[in-house]
Design a protein around this ligand. Structure first.
Ligand SMILES: NC(=O)c1ccc[n+]([C@@H]2O[C@H](COP(=O)([O-])OP(=O)(O)OC[C@H]3O[C@@H](n4cnc5c(N)ncnc54)[C@H](O)[C@@H]3O)[C@@H](O)[C@H]2O)c1
Length: 265
């Protein structure tokens, strides 16, 4: 394990770390020397990820965590502090998969599920993590939002609205805790090649063919590219950043619709 990594001495709690982006962040942080709490509502997936990290020489512990449940959030922070002595980094990755639809076709249940996991979750996690991070002398909170938190998206109001709220919550939290030495930033990925984002397509090839041209770089992103951004926000490399949103979207928002020869002159 890396004794000179940029997170040596750090203790990170990553929610949704049984999933693909959260797992990549947890693994990258461990390679940089952090002790990692791998939290997920799917304990088997969290265990699998923690095992992989440990086998690669890192320090990790899996916990069953439901971010929509206050007691579960409190327990995960307490476990981090008891196991590794402190908490210095929180990464809110967990998000609900919600049905597509309009206000006419979606149920209140769909709406409430998105709110409970995507925005109440980060609120609860921050509520219990802030005192612990302050007690450790400061640290970093990272909220994984989305490029879809910055634009309206057809038939995806619950997801898009909660991601927009998460970007705004980040700014409020940053203001409330800057003087505690806690930096708070959001990270907004564009489409990343995970099962979650590929579920709308028959194959990875079809997804790339359809989505690639909308991205200035001609392709969608990888989990490693998101993990690299999270590492930057977690480490001292971003020491003068707080309340910001780091967009890792291959140029999607800068030039929505992609390049077209028609407009190239
Ligand atoms: N994949 C993309 O294209 C993309 C793009 C932009 C933003 N994001 C965001 O990145 C994050 C991770 O996405 P992913 O593609 O890795 O998805 P994923 O489905 O692989 O990971 C999400 C994880 O969250 C967990 N989870 C769900 N509800 C939970 C709860 N109540 N408590 C704790 N854990 C819970 C799931 O079990 C899963 O392991 C999400 O916040 C997503 O909105 C993803």
């Amino acid at each position: 394990m890396n004794g000179t990594g940029s997170l040596v001495g750090a203790v990170a709690l990553v929610t949704g770390a049984g999933g693909e982006i959260g797992g990549a962040i947890a693994a990258r942080f461990a390679r940089e020397g952090a002790c990692v709490i791998v939290g997920d509502v799917r304990l088997d997936a969290a265990n699998e990820q923690a095992k992989t990290i440990t086998e690669q020489g890192g320090r990790a512990l899996a916990v069953k965590l439901d971010v929509s449940d206050s007691q579960s959030c409190a327990m995960s922070v307490a476990t981090a502090c008891e196991t590794f002595g402190k908490l210095t980094i929180l990464v809110n990755v967990a998000a609900a998969v919600t049905r597509d639809g309009t206000v006419e076709t979606l149920d209140l249940e769909d709406w409430n599920k998105a709110l409970a996991v995507n925005i109440t979750g980060p609120f609860l996690m921050a509520k219990f993590a802030v005192p612990a991070i302050r007690a450790a002398g400061g640290g970093s909170i990272i909220n994984i939002a989305s490029q879809l938190g910055q634009i309206g998206v057809p038939r995806r109001a619950p997801y898009s609205t909660t991601k927009a709220a998460l970007i705004h919550f980040t700014k409020c939290l940053a203001g409330d805790h800057a003087r505690d030495g806690i930096r708070v930033n959001s990270l907004s990925p564009g489409a990343i090649d995970t099962a979650r984002s590929l579920r709308r397509f028959a194959s990875r090839e079809e997804a790339n063919k359809e989505r690639g041209p909308s991205y200035l770089l001609g392709r969608t992103g990888s989990v490693e590219e998101v993990a690299a951004g999270a590492l930057f926000l977690a480490s001292d490399e971003s020491s003068f950043m707080t309340g910001a949103d780091l967009l890792i979207d291959g140029g999607y928002l800068a030039f929505k619709g992609g390049l077209s020869a028609k407009y190239a002159e």
